[in-house]
Design a protein around this ligand. Structure first.
Ligand code: NAD
Length: 318
């Protein structure tokens, strides 16, 4: 099949693009490289640098494409609180531009990568797709608005649409910015370097951490699954883990004695998050394969940034 992936040079985009290319598909990737790294892409992926709001570029890239994966986005919850306009322009505006261009060219299917963040604080766990969304950040609002745009424009123009609400994905190659880094990549780096792990709040907040290879399998199934038009489907591990337990696992897997500090003054965010996977099982045949401990071990193994410096023996003096 012919695919276009927006946000292809990012963490999830590159993992997906490389997997599709390995399976012999034709893969085009678009990314403005605001955070992405084109070196992460296999040479078999045809990469174009560009903005997801650039419709003329999209018209060219969409020729003969069977399915689009839309991942291009700004992805930090705390950053979105500081720059909501930018999050709206890229995450919502970019989605509308893409849907318009798909309409113009006549592409048949789009898989939109949404987020578990759209649920916000809910009473009952695990979270079913039927729960009423309760977004708590501009990032979460932008993902929810984009879901609605994808579905509505798709409906109006006969484009099949599917939104995957991915929970907290982690794994090798995840972007590690200086401010507001994602929790697992940050903890692993600190553990390996013997730095400090700083936990927001008391560490009782829970998340559903899902390994990148599991997310990629769900995304692959989404391209061809029958009877999924309009569907919104959770993709997670189905396991609820609190941050204290995450810290314990990170230190154990990294064999680290790094210091841990709890900062009660910083906002721990949404209190509980865990995905109900019944719909993903039914519609995509999805079953997560990796436990958090296994995923952490593989991340350490595969990502050179987390390799410990091996002390070299001093050279003998002549
Ligand atoms: P990422 O930052 O690594 O990937 C996003 C990519 O989009 C980057 O490569 C960036 O350069 C690119 N991009 C940003 N603005 C762009 C623009 N205007 N035009 C073209 N490209 C642009 O983040 P990720 O974790 O790989 O996330 C990928 C997608 O998955 C995002 O849509 C994100 O919201 C969604 N998601 C991620 C997670 C997670 O835990 N990683 C969870 C839920 C949803």
């Amino acid at each position: 099949m012919n695919f276009l992936i927006t946000g292809a040079a990012g963490f999830l985009g590159a993992a997906l693009a490389n997997r599709l290319a390995r399976e012999g598909h034709q893969v085009r990737g678009l990314d403005d490289l605001s955070t992405g790294d084109p070196q992460a892409l296999s040479p078999d992926v045809l990469f174009t640098r560009g903005d997801v709001n650039d419709r003329p570029k999209l018209w060219t890239l969409l020729q003969d494409v069977d399915c689009v994966y839309h991942l291009a986005a700004r992805v930090s919850v705390p950053e979105s609180i500081l720059y909501p306009r930018e999050y709206n322009a890229v995450n919502v505006g970019g989605t509308v531009s893409l849907m318009e261009a798909m309409r113009d060219v006549g592409v048949r299917r789009v898989v939109f990568i949404s987020s578990g963040a759209v649920y916000g604080d809910q009473g009952a766990q695990p979270l079913k797709e039927t729960a009423s969304p309760n977004p708590r950040s501009p990032y979460a609002v932008s993902k929810l608005a984009a879901e609605y745009y994808v579905r509505t424009i798709g409906d109006l123009w006969g484009i099949e649409t599917l939104s995957l609400r991915v929970f907290n994905a982690y794994g090798p190659g995840q972007h590690l910015p200086a401010s507001h880094p994602p929790v697992i990549a940050n903890f692993l780096r600190q553990a390996v370097r013997g730095g400090t792990l700083v936990v927001h709040g008391e560490g009782n907040q829970t998340r559903d951490y899902v390994f990148v290879d599991d997310v990629v399998r769900a995304m692959l199934a989404a391209a061809t699954a029958p009877g999924i038009n309009h569907a919104v489907i959770n993709v997670g591990s189905g396991v609820e883990t609190n941050v204290r337990e995450l810290v314990r696992l990170v230190l154990e897997v990294a064999n680290s004695k790094a210091e841990v500090i709890y900062n009660p003054r910083t906002d721990p965010g949404v209190s509980r998050m865990c995905a109900d996977l019944s719909l993903a099982r039914e519609k995509l045949g999805y079953q997560p394969r990796y436990s958090l401990a296994e995923g952490l071990r593989l991340t350490l193994e595969r990502d050179a940034r987390f390799r410990r410096e091996v002390p070299t023996r001093p050279l003998k003096s002549p």
